[in-house]
Design a binder for this molecule. Structure first.
Ligand code: HEM
Length: 419
């Protein structure tokens, strides 16, 4: 029989909730193994970590997504029957739709909108004593996402839409009220984007042809048919929601600048492409996506361990980004590690691994990097602020994590020497 370590217990879901991002890495360390077996959510699960694990996980002959995502995650974070749960040719066709939105020109439009929205918001912050960055960044990202995607958004709607999009993300790994908030947010948001899709199809709204809203409304599936209104609504949210999620990385970026003040001027000047390396290190170092899941599509063996058809497998995202075989001193925040760094599609996986077109790697990785880059340029060059005493601790059991205070800025001033 298999030599693979097994965590004892009828069900270890509570341990997962207690340890969060560290659940898989803690056991890999204890078992001295990149693979172990456990029971989660009432079923057998195999957890795997590291570059070789990612390589096998993204082999689409061996794994499928259909049936892998728990209902509670579909009803909050993902939505039902969207791209995340698709496989094979249908998935590839849908992924092409998402990737067609990510051209150089469209990314340039996106970063222009991003800078414009930061500027407008910072003018308002000057009038206040302090602001909570993660909340402000969510509203900024909500405006950016809607404008870029061709979705009309009234100023009076921003607060509600931004908090709904944020609450769907915040529900991941939650039980109780935080989960319920995520469900309500999804119901309200889907009703909103269904209406947008209907109005585009009826000609009442006319977003330009390059936008996500237009693309989702008029995309034809492999049978040559338009998407069901509900599915188009879910896919439009698969663009809007994760752009709002970037607010978390921006808050982590502010924490990093605050805790490493010597990096601030290098992020601002961007000498030697420093800002890009800083962005990569934020994505590697801070906890966001903990793991991703798939089901074994057909029996195979890896590391002498049988993977039987239908078994749930979790790939350790956080642990792979901190894996001692890949990263030197992984617990240090050190942007220079990305200087001349030769990555593979499987060893740096904050937004999933493998190829964009073939597998489930995040469609929005370039969007994330470019928006973070523009946002951190803005924060280090165009505003000055103070950081009052606050609790910046990051609770590794809370998925998704964030700095406890949300990062409070006080006394924000536009820096006129640069603008
Ligand atoms: C998939 C993370 C931003 C759109 C994913 C996956 C992860 C991820 C872990 C799943 C990978 C897998 O299961 O193999 C993140 C993080 C982000 C982010 C941490 C930071 C904010 C974005 C943005 C967009 C986006 C900005 C769109 C503009 C998507 C889509 C998928 C996806 C459409 C599904 C891809 C597929 O199933 O083929 N993301 N993402 N994400 N992401 Fe992101």
């Amino acid at each position: 029989s298999s030599q693979v370590p097994r965590e004892q217990g009828l069900d270890n879901s509570l341990n997962l909730l207690k340890e969060g991002y560290l659940y898989i890495p803690n056991r890999c360390r204890r078992f001295q193994s990149d693979i172990f077996e456990t029971r989660l959510m009432g079923q057998k699960a195999i957890c795997i970590s590291g570059e070789e694990a990612a390589r096998v996980f993204y082999d689409t002959d061996l794994f499928q997504r259909q049936g892998a995502t728990p209902k509670r995650v579909q009803k909050t974070l993902f939505g039902q029957n969207g791209i995340q749960s698709m496989d094979g040719e249908a998935h590839k066709h849908r992924k092409k739709l998402f990737m067609s939105l990510m051209t150089k020109q469209r990314l340039k439009v996106l970063t222009d909108i991003t800078v414009e929205q930061w500027q407008a918001s910072a003018l308002e912050w000057e009038k206040k004593e302090d602001v909570i960055l993660i909340d402000e960044a969510r509203k900024i990202m909500c405006r950016v996402a809607c404008k870029w995607a061709g979705v009309p958004l009234k100023e009076s709607e921003v607060e509600q839409r931004a908090s709904d999009l944020g609450d769907m993300i915040d529900a991941f790994g939650a039980i109780g009220p935080r989960h319920q908030r995520g469900r309500r947010a999804r119901l309200r948001s889907e009703a909103w984007t269904r209406q947008i899709i209907r109005e585009i199809r009826s000609g009442k709204l006319k977003p330009s042809a390059e936008t996500a809203a237009h693309a989702m409304a008029f995309h034809l599936d492999l049978n040559g048919k338009r998407l069901d209104t509900q599915i188009a609504a879910v896919e439009l949210l698969n663009i809007l929601r994760p752009i709002v999620a970037i607010a978390r990385f921006i808050a982590f970026g502010a924490v990093a600048i605050h805790q490493h003040p010597e990096m601030r001027s290098k992020v601002a000047s961007n000498q030697g492409n420093y800002r890009q390396m800083f962005v990569q290190e934020i994505r590697r170092f801070y906890p966001f996506g903990p793991f991703t899941g798939a089901k074994v599509k057909k029996d195979f063996t890896w590391r002498q361990h049988p993977f039987n058809k239908g078994t749930l497998v979790l790939l350790d995202i956080y642990g792979t980004n901190h894996h001692p075989n890949i990263w030197e001193r992984p617990e240090e925040f050190r942007p220079e590690r990305f200087q001349g760094w030769e990555g593979s599609p499987f060893n740096f996986i904050p937004q999933g691994g493998g190829e964009y077109d073939m597998g489930h790697r995040c469609a929005g990785e370039w969007v994330t990097i470019d928006i973070m880059n523009s946002s951190l340029a803005f924060m280090t060059k165009y505003i000055d602020y103070e950081v009052p005493a606050q609790d910046l601790s990051i609770n590794m059991a809370r998925m998704p994590a964030m700095p406890k205070s949300g990062f409070v800025l006080s006394n924000v001033r536009l820096n006129t020497t640069n603008s």
